[in-house]
Design a protein around this ligand. Structure first.
Ligand code: NAP
Length: 315
């Protein structure tokens, strides 16, 4: 079904970047449409517990609550929300076309792409097979299922530290597996992990296979030493993969130029993409900072860039 109206602006995605863009465009009177994603509006913060570094919340705020508040704020200023996935786009010409998973077609003068990123996979035997039966990409979603069971967390960044610390509340043990002997994570998070008596570090090691059976799901992981190639197995009913994220930009095809890592290429310090009237904000266009607050800031800039474009193209 094709909508007859031509929107001024459609925002694809509902993380901090998307909602911030919606708040700014809403306050400017453009009544933006936000296509939030079909499954989990709110983006990655929906799967987070306490957010301690978003300015304005000195006592921290729960990720889902922060996103609910952003959504309410966007609606208050006239944003319309639709829960659907955009599956293909046509950015040629002044009026852009977006097609969604539910078969709808939308037309708009400007687009802000704010689709974020998705968890990276290990790509080892057993990962796919035991996904949802031991292998997880979200500690806060699935940690509870591994009460008093051995848990492995993979990764050396802030996410892995946060997840290992969180999961130590549930598991009988937590082994943090990292491929180097130095962490990428911030010192405060590393210190917290090192001081946690339930967490054991397996440095210079990668998970090379995940074993299990039909009845129990995952039961153990095979670790390969990255220095001497030796192999050992350790028990693991929960395997939490926290090795970063890839931008969700596949649905754009070649409608905009991308960088080698799949992020959308923007023009200098602006949010302008290679397609006229199309702007990008947040993790799908940022492989460096990737914070809720930096995504929100970029969402603000995208809204201002889109406004300038709308004003100039009507002049
Ligand atoms: P990240 O910083 O990119 O770290 C990914 C980690 O996974 C790295 O240690 C990397 O190892 C490892 N890795 C990548 N591919 C791997 C593979 N195939 N096999 C094994 N290990 C692999 O990702 P992140 O931890 O998700 O953090 C993303 C951003 O969010 C960061 O900017 C972070 O600061 C932020 N964040 C902040 C908080 C907070 O402040 N509360 C919490 C979570 C995340 P190498 O180090 O060897 O490359």
């Amino acid at each position: 079904m094709t909508e007859q109206r031509i929107h001024d602006s459609i925002i694809i995605g509902s993380g901090p970047a998307g909602y911030t863009a919606a708040i700014y465009l809403g306050r400017a009177g453009y009544r933006p449409l936000v296509i939030t994603g079909a499954l989990t509006p709110g983006g990655q913060l929906i799967n987070t517990t306490e957010v301690e570094n978003f300015p304005g919340f000195p006592d921290g705020i729960l990720g889902p609550e922060l996103m609910d508040r952003m959504s309410e704020q966007a609606k208050k200023f006239g944003a319309e929300l639709v829960q659907d996935d955009v599956v293909s786009v046509d950015f040629d010409g002044d009026v852009k076309t977006l097609r969604t998973d539910s078969g709808k077609t939308y037309q708009t003068r400007t687009v802000i792409v704010a689709t974020g990123s998705q968890p990276r996979k290990l790509g080892v035997p057993g990962e796919e097979e035991f996904s949802g039966r031991g292998v997880s990409y979200c500690a806060t979603c699935d940690g509870f299922f591994f009460r008093n069971k051995p848990i492995v967390v993979v990764g050396g960044g802030d996410s892995a530290m946060e997840e290992a610390d969180f999961l130590s509340r549930f598991g009988s043990s937590v082994t943090l597996v990292h491929r180097r002997n130095e962490f990428r994570a911030s010192q405060i998070m590393v210190d917290r992990v090192r001081q946690n008596p339930k967490i054991t570090l397996a440095m210079n090691a990668v998970v090379s296979a995940i074993h299990g059976d039909d009845q129990s799901g995952a039961t153990e992981v095979e670790l390969t030493d990255t220095v001497d190639d030796s192999v050992r197995t350790i028990p693991a009913n929960g395997v939490f993969v926290a090795i970063g994220h890839d931008p969700q930009t596949d649905f754009l095809g070649d409608a905009v130029e991308k960088n080698d890592d799949g992020t959308i290429r923007v023009d200098g310090g602006s949010t302008r993409t290679s397609a006229d009237g199309v702007f990008a904000a947040g993790d799908n266009a940022d492989s460096v900072y990737r914070q809720a607050i930096s995504a929100a800031g970029m969402g603000c800039r995208a809204a201002l860039d889109a406004q300038t474009y709308l004003i100039d193209s009507h002049a």
